[in-house]
Design a binder for this molecule. Sequence first.
Ligand code: URP
Ligand code: ZN
Ligand code: ZN
Length: 470
Amino acid sequence: MSRSTMVQIHGGTVVTASDTFVADVIIDNGKIVALTAPSVSPAGPSLEVIDATGKYVIPGGIDCHTHMEMPFGGTFASDTFESGTIAAAHGGTTTIVDFAIQAKGSTLRAGLDAWHAKAEGNAAIDYSFHMIMTEANAGTLEEMGQLVREGVTSFKMFMAYPGVFMVDDEQIFRAMLRAGELGALITMHAEIGLPLDILIKRALGEGHTAPIYHALSRPEIAEATGTERAIALAEMAKVPVYMVHLSAQRALERVMEARDRGLPAYAETCPQYLFLDEDYLRGEPGNEFKGAGYVATPALRAKHHQEHLWRGLRNYDLSVVATDHCPFCMKDQKELGRNDFSKIPNGMPGVETRLHLLWEGVTQKKISMNRFVEITSTAPAKIFGMYGKKGTLAVGADADVVVWDPNKPKKLGVDTLHMKVDYSPYEGRVVPGSPSHVLSRGELVVENDKWVGKQKKGRGQFVRRGTFNL
Ligand code: URP
Ligand code: ZN
Ligand code: ZN
């Protein structure tokens, strides 16, 4: 039997969610087999050495909120599983959890199979799925059990987007009860959609068509109320609940209240809510439509929300930073809403820039290095049933490892990034650090911004996740 080359990541400072220490990471057959003092590290002909001197060695990022090729508003998110996962790896993310969608009137099975078909043979890094439930009826509630057995252990439901994704409280509650039986986790898009639709129609009726009206017709109270309601339903069902893409102070306060009462309420925020604000939706003088590039849901908020979100991350009221990566090109896609902001496909690119941006938060002392690792890798692994295999640097874990160079600034922009989209919301921003090496299951796939893996397309594997266990 041929023996694989062992890899030694030498001389770096290992950073996990809990510890920071100097050690070498030894990898064999795609797994971490030892963490050793550098002085006693093995050496030998079959050892490939990566010099991490002066750098940090961290677990590969886990982005638990992406939408590759997602159908939305008459078009599809512009990144495929191939292009989006290649971009993710360049940014230090080695696992994504994407959202499979149940088409209305169809089954969870058909939706999940369709997403497996998109990802299998295409994804360059490991991937898993949440299941979006657009109907919770006897059939789909039954099907949840089969999905959980197949490693799809979390489900997303929407209080927003009436007629497309929205489900009512009865369906949410039934799905929560079923999730409780199965050990699955319900994740929630918590904006109350019916009043928002009326606000949108009223704005359009008054002749307001520009992108800024996306934010003006989606006030934060709709998210705060949805968050409170989702938590109330979960409390009645006696199950945990996870708020996706939390964007604003009052919604966060609802999560804080729940957590203070000891409820298992979890929430993620996204870089766009930490680094951008609603003024971006105004575009530029003479080019208001540039704001379309910043249309995502929930909408970007006023700047003062950012400090609350950073505090929430420091205080453990927010558990995760994921991206909600859902890119649409300005040309031909965002353009669909040139004369009607409600037709601008919702979403922004982000899968490649999450670690870069959050590292800036570390250098600005908004979060510690250990918290950076926790919110980008360890916590999503724990919450979504991957911990041990993913999310930390420990003996026996998959060798998804990033060597992070704190002295490698990068100018973010369409020319320097790999996402398949014709603009960057962060164009021209210079961030202070970057990955120098990215390993996926022990294989060096990205080195100094270049793909060096043997295979690209299709090397990613589906990750069967365990049930909720916190
Ligand atoms: O604007 C967004 N967030 N697009 C993706 C769909 C969703 O609600 O996550
Ligand atoms: Zn959502
Ligand atoms: Zn999303």
